[in-house]
Write a protein that binds this ligand. Structure first.
Ligand code: GLN
Length: 454
């Protein structure tokens, strides 16, 4: 049914870069057989899923939305991919994304944009717009995203779906093509909080192949989602982040958010306002740290090791081939980030830019620590505006970067955060997201509050 749905709507939506119908049907048949024999691999055995094209797969290409890796096949599966297969999840295909996960609209994909199923003239968010659009268009009930600055939560918000950035280190990054290693985190995307929780438990857990993986038991998120479903938040303290309102926030988004906060109160939560003064500097710090790490991580695309090679005709020396390949293989946003990052890390500038950004990062982490001494979770709108029009921000990187204003602090601090749909804006009838943030390794709180609210 999902393959038929993809065939019917994906020519317009363009959520997928690659669909593996044969592989999906074989995995589905195997799951059916196992279930009939009484040995279903997991509660999600046989459930179809859309996988963001930044996680490696041995049986499908991994392009990361870039010409640089067009046609490249990974010799190994990402840990997330492996865990999905072991759980009997049916991987339908790989989803579209901003090139190397850099963007907020999926317009930076080298393979053309994805369209938002709510209004196909609008963006589905980014970088994981393919995964969120696949959910919203009913092409898949589950999807995987990765979140460096908001790429799971912001697409979730603008497509009316659920997206979770687990605690940094909660889900393995092994086989995730690196953008900014200290921020990147894979996570579940779904249409309900409980579905996300079931997927979360399949992909989470310690992995010796990732040195930043946390060696602790996985938070009990399924149990928390079930508990939350009773709709009682008595005893839960919720903090509204004061800094995430006012100028730059669409009134329709603000009103939907305020209605959501009132609903949390009705469910029994105690709601207070909390100030996190350094969150105002998060965006600035992120756009130094993420490009710095990207400039280093993307040095591996040197035309010798992976994918594209341009100008290797005997006329050019190795350095020229590298240069021609990087010129042809990377799109404008990726080049912008590499240049920004290289500059910020240069001797003489390191202390003024990268060093300062790291200090701001610590201050943001301390804001969270102080806030979580007062409240169990923090809430804010996920993103200041609803889905904007395709093309509207392509020539204005600063406007594009603002989409992640509210999501970035949790990446910098490494704590857990979720976006859950909170109705439509009364201005444009487009989906709005409620962001819920919890301390590191307290991912279960997101699911309890999210499921109660939903
Ligand atoms: N939009 C942000 C950026 O462009 C976040 C991307 C992400 O989370 N991968 O960097």
């Amino acid at each position: 049914a999902h393959l038929d749905r993809i065939a019917a709507v994906d020519p317009l939506v363009h959520a997928f870069l690659h669909v593996d119908a044969e592989g999906a049907l074989a995995a589905a048949r195997k799951a059916d057989e196992d279930r009939a024999a009484g040995r279903a691999a997991s509660p999600l055995a046989g459930v179809p899923l859309a996988l963001k094209d930044v996680l490696t797969t041995t049986d499908m290409p991994t392009t990361v939305g870039s010409k640089m890796l067009e046609g490249w096949m990974s010799p190994y599966d990402a840990t997330v991919t492996r865990k999905l297969r072991e759980a009997g999840v049916v991987v339908l295909g790989k989803t579209n994304m901003d090139e190397f996960a850099m963007g907020s609209s999926t317009e930076n994909s080298a393979y053309g944009p994805t369209r938002n199923p709510w209004d196909t003239e609008r963006i589905p968010g980014g970088s994981g717009g393919g995964s969120s659009a696949a959910l919203a268009a009913f092409e898949a009930p589950l999807a995987i995203g990765t979140d460096t600055g908001g790429s799971i939560r912001q697409p979730g918000a603008v497509t009316g779906t659920v997206g979770v950035k687990p605690t940094y280190g909660g889900v393995s990054r092994y086989g995730l093509v690196a953008f900014s290693s200290s921020l990147d985190q894979p996570g579940p995307c779904a249409r309900t909080v409980l579905d996300a929780a079931l997927l979360h438990e399949v992909i989470a857990g310690h992995d010796p192949m990732d040195s930043t993986s946390i060696d602790q038991p996985v938070p009990q998120v399924v149990e928390a989602a079930k508990q939350g479903a009773n709709g009682d938040l008595t005893g839960v303290k919720v903090g509204v982040v004061r800094e995430f309102s006012g100028e730059g926030y669409q009134p329709g988004v603000q009103r939907a958010f305020e209605t959501a906060v009132a609903q949390l109160t009705k469910l029994g939560a105690e709601v207070v306002e909390v100030s996190c003064p350094h969150f105002d500097y998060a965006l600035g710090a992120y756009y130094l740290i993420a490009p710095s790490e990207c400039s280093s991580n993307l040095a591996r695309f040197d035309s010798m090791r992976y994918g594209l090679r341009v100008g290797d005709d005997g006329e050019n020396d190795a350095e020229q081939v590298m240069s021609l390949t990087r010129e042809a293989g990377f799109g404008p946003e990726v080049k912008r980030r590499i240049m920004l990052g290289t500059y910020a890390l240069s001797s003489g500038y390191y202390d003024a830019y990268y060093g300062q950004a790291q200090k701001v990062r610590t201050l943001i982490t301390r804001d969270f620590t102080a806030a979580f001494e007062q409240v169990d979770v923090l809430v804010s709108p996920t993103t200041p505006t609803t889905a904007f029009k395709i093309g509207e921000r392509v020539d204005d990187p600063m406007a594009m970067y603002l989409a992640d204003l509210c999501t970035i602090p949790s990446n910098l601090a490494g704590n857990a955060a979720m976006s859950v749909p909170c109705g439509l804006s009364d201005e444009d009838r487009l989906p709005v997201g409620l962001q819920i943030m919890a301390p590191a390794m307290a991912d279960d709180r997101l699911y309890r509050v999210g499921a109660a609210y939903e």
